[in-house]
Design a protein around this ligand. Structure first.
Ligand code: HAM
Length: 420
């Protein structure tokens, strides 16, 4: 035998027993987001590389190290999207969606690609449920987005979660903070990891995110961004908090949370799960008031979040793994004539919306009944040569083990009745 080809490292197959649960979560997301006025947008997974270098920031880990970027056969630089926000905004600008409504609420669900070191909860292809609100800078919108998120997470069964919030200020107050961070790090510059040292002047906030132990220790004593944000940003952040309190949403202020993407302004937030291990962030999000403009659109504010689908699924209780729906009918057919009849009956029933199964191998009745039991279909129809001759099939109720004869010409309607 030839050696089989395996899946790409860090990529994962979602098998049928899992995908049913994925569908349920997706349906639930669609329902909740719909209640809050969101519409779905479906986007390509491949974009021009520049969208992400401009959008996410060219000194972020994602852009520097993790993107799947290549030149296609025409020499164009393309990237498998590492996140959805930049793509949503690209489409929003490209189709002038801002002309339709003052506020646009969009969600999208799909795969993202980051070439990170794979580990539990971290994949190179993963999926996000991504939400964006464009056209509103009102702090109540921030709270509303977070409220919808928590409502969704609780609804799928995640009661025990931590919501961390922070404000990263606007371009003006953050510029002052940046200078202070650079000044703070100057004395310890030599101890920082190579990445942080290299990015210190271009992007000092990245040190807050660095996983290196020395960098993490150094940054512990760094200035607090909330001491630097301007009055407008402070008022905005306070309104976000009071609106969260209005809904009784518990939160923690985490002034060190800067997020791994450069586009954030003002409110940022993360949902983490206690005891989940290193990859404990299930959701990340925040406001990005300059991003539409930076991507070539009008000056329109925005806020959003992305739920990590795999991480969410890993947290849901096992018993939610539902068995697949069993067919209503299994047809045990013996002999060529009965097999032909069963083949046509099963497909006629399926065309009318009733799930039916048969065994195409035509094995013994005993072996076919074994299969019927395994499928746990509530009814089994037994069709042999005798039944075909008499024009009567034997319909067995598998639960009560009772059996009755049914004329073949009334079979389909009887089964349709039973399937209701
Ligand atoms: P992010 O924090 O980079 O934000 O990703 C959001 C979530 O995606 C994470 O909290 C995590 O659950 C999941 N995730 C990220 N990387 C991986 C991975 N390698 N494997 C498995 N799951 C992963 C964003 O992507 C922003 N675009 C969110 C956003 C939307 N901000 C505003 N709007």
């Amino acid at each position: 035998m030839m050696e089989p080809i395996t899946v790409v490292k860090g990529f994962k197959d979602i098998l049928p027993e899992e995908s049913r649960n994925w569908q349920k979560i997706e349906q639930f997301a669609r329902k909740i987001f719909g209640d809050f006025g969101f519409l779905e947008i479906r986007l390509p997974i491949l974009e021009k590389t520049e969208l992400f270098t401009r959008g996410i920031g060219d000194t972020t880990d994602i852009v520097e190290k993790e993107m799947y970027t290549f030149s296609d056969r025409g020499g164009e630089r393309l990237t498998l999207r590492p996140e959805a926000t930049a793509s949503v905004l690209r489409a929003y600008i490209e189709h002038n969606l801002y002309n339709r409504n003052a506020v646009t609420r969009l969600f999208t669900i799909g795969p993202m690609f980051r070439r990170e070191r794979p580990q539990k909860g971290r994949y190179r292809q993963f999926h996000q449920i991504n939400v964006e609100v464009l056209g509103a800078d009102d702090p109540r919108i921030d709270a509303e987005v977070i409220l919808m998120l928590v409502h969704f997470l609780r609804g799928v069964g995640l009661g025990n979660l931590n919501l961390d919030i922070n404000s990263l200020g606007c371009s003006e107050c953050r510029a002052i903070f940046r200078e202070r961070v650079i000044a703070f790090l100057r004395d310890t510059e030599g101890d920082l990891c190579a990445d942080c040292r290299r990015r210190l002047h271009a992007n000092p906030l990245r040190v807050f995110d660095c996983k290196n132990e020395t960098c993490a220790r150094i940054i512990e004593d760094a200035p607090n961004i909330l001491d630097f944000i301007c009055n407008d940003c402070r008022n905005h952040f306070e309104r976000v908090q009071s609106s969260l309190e209005l809904f009784g949403l518990p939160y923690r202020i985490n002034h060190r949370m800067v997020r791994g993407l450069d586009y954030y302004t003002r409110t940022t937030f993360e949902v983490t799960i206690p005891d989940m291990g290193a990859q404990n962030a299930v959701v990340g999000g925040g406001r990005y008031d300059g991003l539409v403009r930076d991507l070539g659109g009008p000056d329109i504010p925005g806020i959003g979040f992305a739920v990590g689908f795999e991480r969410l699924m890993a947290l849901l209780p096992e018993e939610q793994n539902e068995p697949p729906a069993e067919p209503l009918l299994f047809v045990a057919a013996l002999g060529d004539k009965a097999q032909e009849y069963a083949f046509s009956l099963c497909n006629r029933l399926r065309l009318r919306g009733v799930q039916a199964e048969m065994d195409y191998t035509g094995k013994s009745l005993k072996s076919q009944m074994k299969k019927a039991n395994k499928l746990s279909s509530p009814y089994t129809l037994i069709l042999g040569e005798r039944e075909m001759e008499s024009g009567q099939g034997e319909l067995r109720d598998m639960r009560s083990s009772s059996q009755r004869s049914i004329p073949l010409d009334r079979l389909e309607d009887t089964l349709m009745e039973l399937g209701k």
